[in-house]
Design a binder for this molecule. Structure first.
Ligand SMILES: [Zn+2]
Length: 70
């Protein structure tokens, strides 16, 4: 449903995290970052990534889902 894209972490923690892309334009994350498709970080091998997700994006998705349910 939502495209995940690896990008720099929004917090001070090092390394990439998974962000959730906004549906409207495909190059903005739900946490407000600009993450174009050509971002070098997207070429990182998936197995090189941790299982970490952007907490701001996760919160945004949960809020969206709750709105859709009600
Ligand atoms: Zn994010």
């Amino acid at each position: 449903m939502y495209e995940m894209r690896a990008g720099p972490a929004t917090t001070s923690s090092p390394g990439p995290v998974w962000h959730v892309m906004a549906e409207r334009d495909g190059c903005t994350t739900l946490c407000g970052r600009n993450l174009a498709a050509g971002d070098p970080l997207t070429s990182i091998r998936q197995d090189a990534l941790t299982e970490r997700y952007c907490s701001l994006c996760m919160t945004a998705v949960q809020e969206i889902l709750q709105v859709q349910k009600s």
